[in-house]
Ligand binder design. Structure first.
Ligand SMILES: Cc1cc2nc3c(=O)[nH]c(=O)nc-3n(C[C@H](O)[C@H](O)[C@H](O)COP(=O)(O)OP(=O)(O)OC[C@H]3O[C@@H](n4cnc5c(N)ncnc54)[C@H](O)[C@@H]3O)c2cc1C
Length: 467
């Protein structure tokens, strides 16, 4: 009998086009294992919203495996020790996994490879990105720092290879013990703040494919609608990608017959995801540190020591800033675990520039509240918006939320998420002159905020050492 092959699952919770499952099933009976390892990721242990998603995604994968007569083994604790112990107990022939590039996963991969005996190697496969992160380089072999040339180089390598079929899994002679998913308490109870998540989302591989099909039918309109938060113009695939329930290659091929501006722009957005991963591949600490030196001298308002900044941060988190578009976005995020991309940019810019609060406070809040929280995409987009990143907007380009809101026709979106304002018409809703009872006044005046941000930037520039 060939030895059991462990599949180490992380953010790759699918059966089709999953290279670890594919390779393992070709080599012997398959033992799928997911280890919930909170300690290793430290600050980036899964946030509350992502835990809700994880629960349902694991339940869905487990049901798919059981339909094939297989199982999903769940363990909690240090991933390296748990996998090495299962490999020993089951006399496994190999552990297969999909490469992950977050710094804590790279450490875990190195530790696991070193901990396993020669008879049970760790075999890592690429499959969560259009191209293996780190493989798209400049002519000089350096990582691209700027999105546009990266995107051009990646496009030259497209289309991606054909997708792998769903594997047929044989069972091992012995199943190791498994935790019960319910015992992990991933779902919130007191209070159950995820009440609106259920109607909004269907976690799991099947749900991801339903989303792709639904989106493909209106992909032609993507170019015109993707920036309008009041419409369902985008795919909402991000949490499915974040948990690896579908591969970008599957999506690329699913829309291959769609030509035109809408489909082309969508493909470029998919490439942003690869780009972000390449940035953290080259700079693993990108989620923790501003790339720009000038930002180290910015006189941030610190919520940990300044009660006014703390109150402003809380107002932002709760959607009570007095800026309707910002409040709508922050409330959509809390209620559904997701926020429209245009509004992510507006709310992020507001925190960093209007409130002069370090982008890392925002990154942390998004990490805890997004169902699609992704180390690379979150850090790259926060640093892009702040102006602190490798390829970034300038800090001194300050987005005006009150102008953005009518420009992107956000009236219906605001009415949905800020019910205090639902009686206002399109003229009044973006910037109510007399805010209705219960709706807060502005935490800061736009012009005063802008002047404060520009003065802070001048101070940071002046503090930079001269060559
Ligand atoms: C401050 C800020 C924080 C963000 N944090 C995250 C995060 O933690 N996780 C995350 O997946 N996205 C993040 N994004 C990027 C973007 O907002 C989401 O990917 C997008 O809103 C998801 O919705 P969608 O699937 O409908 O996107 P679509 O418009 O349908 O795009 C399709 C896919 O392309 C990818 N994509 C699109 N835009 C971007 C982008 N700017 N950067 C990286 N990938 C992109 C996503 O995988 C997305 O699912 C962030 C953006 C900002 C401004």
């Amino acid at each position: 009998m060939t030895k059991p092959q462990i599949v180490w699952l992380r953010h790759d919770l699918r059966l089709a086009d999953q290279p670890a499952f594919h390779a393992a099933s070709a080599a012997g009976p398959v033992l799928p294992v997911y280890v919930l390892d909170d300690a290793r990721a430290r600050r980036w242990a899964l946030g509350g919203a992502a835990r809700w998603w994880l629960h349902h995604s694991l339940a869905s994968l487990s049901a798919s495996l059981e339909r094939q007569g297989s199982r999903l083994i769940l363990r909690r604790g240090d991933a390296v020790s748990a996998l090495a112990a299962i490999a020993h107990e089951c006399a496994a022939g190999a552990i297969h996994g999909v490469h992950h590039h977050e710094p804590w996963w790279r450490d875990a991969e190195n530790e696991l490879a070193a901990a396993l005996p020669d008879t049970c190697p760790l075999m890592l496969h690429h499959g969560n990105y259009l191209a293996p992160p780190g493989s798209v380089t400049t002519g000089a072999g350096q990582p691209y720092k700027i999105y546009t040339p990266f995107s051009r180089a990646l496009l030259e390598r497209m289309p991606p290879e054909p997708c792998l079929p769903e594997p047929k899994l044989d069972s091992p002679p012995h199943w190791p013990e498994s935790d019960r998913l319910e015992d992990w308490a991933l779902l919130p109870t007191k209070p159950d703040w995820a009440g609106q998540f259920g109607p909004e989302w269907t976690p799991g591989e099947a749900g991801a494919h339903v989303r792709v099909e639904a989106f493909a039918s209106h992909i032609a309109a993507y170019e015109n609608t993707r920036n309008l938060p009041s419409t369902e113009g985008t795919s909402r695939l991000s949490p499915h990608f974040a948990f690896g329930e579908i591969s970008p290659r599957q999506v690329w091929h699913a829309i291959a017959n769609h030509q035109g501006e809408g489909a082309d722009t969508f493909r470029k957005e998919l490439i942003w995801r690869d780009y972000a991963q390449n940035v953290i591949h080259a700079m693993p600490a990108y989620g923790a540190r501003s790339y720009s030196e000038t930002f180290k001298h910015l006189p941030w308002r610190d919520p940990r020591s300044d009660p006014a900044a703390q109150a402003d941060l809380a107002a932002w988190q709760q959607g009570r800033t007095g800026y309707p578009i910002v409040d709508a976005g922050m409330r959509q995020l809390w209620a559904t675990g997701w926020m429209h991309n245009r509004v992510r940019m507006i709310t992020a810019s507001f925190l960093v520039k209007h409130l002069l609060i370090d982008w890392r406070h925002g990154e942390r809040w998004f990490w805890d509240t997004l169902v699609d929280a992704d180390y690379a995409s979150n850090a790259v987009n926060w640093q892009w918006t702040a102006g602190s990143g490798v390829d970034a907007n300038m800090f001194v380009r300050i987005m005006a939320p009150l102008t953005q809101s009518p420009k992107f026709d956000a009236g219906a979106y605001i009415r949905r998420w800020v019910p205090e304002l639902k009686g206002l018409d399109n003229d009044g809703i973006h910037d109510p002159v007399f805010p209705p009872r219960g709706y807060p006044g502005k935490v800061v005046d736009h012009r005063a905020a802008r002047e404060r941000a520009l003065a802070a930037w001048a101070e940071a520039k002046a503090a930079m050492p001269r060559d």
